[in-house]
Design a protein around this ligand. Sequence first.
Ligand SMILES: [Zn+2]
Length: 509
Amino acid sequence: MALAIVTTRAGVGLEAPEVLVEVHLSNGLPGLTLVGLPETAVRESRERVRSALLNAGFDFPTTRRITVNLAPADLPKEGGRFDLPIALGILVASEQIPVSALEGLECLGELALDGRLRPINGALPVALAAQAAGRRLLLPAANANEAALAEGLQVLPVEHLGQVVAHLLGRESIAPHRLAMPALPEGPSEDLADVRGQHQARRALEVAAAGGHNLLFAGPPGTGKTMLASRLPGILPPLSHDEAREVAAIRSVCGLGLLERWGERPFRSPHHTASGVALVGGGSKPRPGEISLAHHGVLFLDELPQFDRGVLEVMREPLESGRIHIARASHQRCFPASFQLVAAMNPCPCGHLGDPRKSCVCTPAQVQRYQSRLSGPLLDRIDLQVEVPALPADQLTSPAGGESSATVRERVLAARRRQQGRGALNARLPGRELETACALSQAERAWLADVLTRLKLSARAYHRVLRVALTLADLAGEARPSRAQLMEAIGYRQLDRLRGTSMTGREIA
Ligand SMILES: [Zn+2]
């Protein structure tokens, strides 16, 4: 038997498709040939596998021709994860371990020259796929906790090639790894009770959480915009185990730790200088970006006007569909990116327009240019725009002591229960369903149109206002929005008013 087949998995985006490592020993010119689209790291694995086998005390068949094929050939393959399957394939093909030892088993891991196993990225997607295939998974011990998040999978953690072989020969048994499933966190790590004042901003945060609305805070530096935004995950509903696993799978592929953040709703706050690839994902071997790391959680963009406009435009797709497609010449990837956007901005370049503590040094032209940097289509996807003013001195020194996140979350959960019958959160409710749910009378509609016109708000603002008003009604436990709730909702279009009428023509068209 000079042919061996070992089952392993590639990492393609968030997927882990099966790869068969076929090893054939023949009597040709001695040497080791790797075929099946191996990239540089895989080619280097030739040297690592040889050293690891020799240093672990096994025979490396130096007098035979070794052909290793990674199938299917059209799948991109990267990293050192194929070292272990290649080494085991050589050991089976050269009859140092029996074929039967590999039955029902998948394995992967990078080998050090002395035969020790190094961890790989993306172990969780591999584990989920192995579990679905009904096989056991043998992988580096450092990845064992992560892999064990795939419930019901038998995970065999290994430190060294010698230990793997001893196990497969039945000389020394490896105990399957046990991980007590981490409990989902009880409460948020950052609490709204720590925030001083800012009643309108706190209210907007609650409305955003209740209806799934995107939110923009505008105000001078140092007024707590970041502090407020970071409290949004803590008032959203807790993650389910399935959602927690999806979040963990993305972190796994990005090589980030899983267990310390297990069950927390993500909060990602990339800097405005971050590259497009870092933000939305991509690269020659496409990886998820910040918007995918924020999946099921919150993406916070501080100083929104400073972000590259092109990158912000790309975010329109995930804001609509909850996923991002990344096209490359050779392949296309789709990553989940269903996040809630919270953005913040200063009112002007110096940051102090309207600030009683310090006067603004910007010219009106500078202010206008700064505010017009915001993309209209992106702003159209932000239902709530709220001013976060500088606090009066007496509020700065007063104790924080507002409502706790737990109290606010109860109201958010109740409001979300009211939305269940509609099929979507209010932020994503299609126009027709929205109109039906709000059930405005002819007179109310005329009144609202009149108010919007007098405030110089665009026609597009009409649906935004309805959406938010419906969430206000849900929070109040009422069937449909009242005039007071419509007025409150209009109050959350502050930036539209700052931007004045310049956009109106385009938006109505
Ligand atoms: Zn200024």
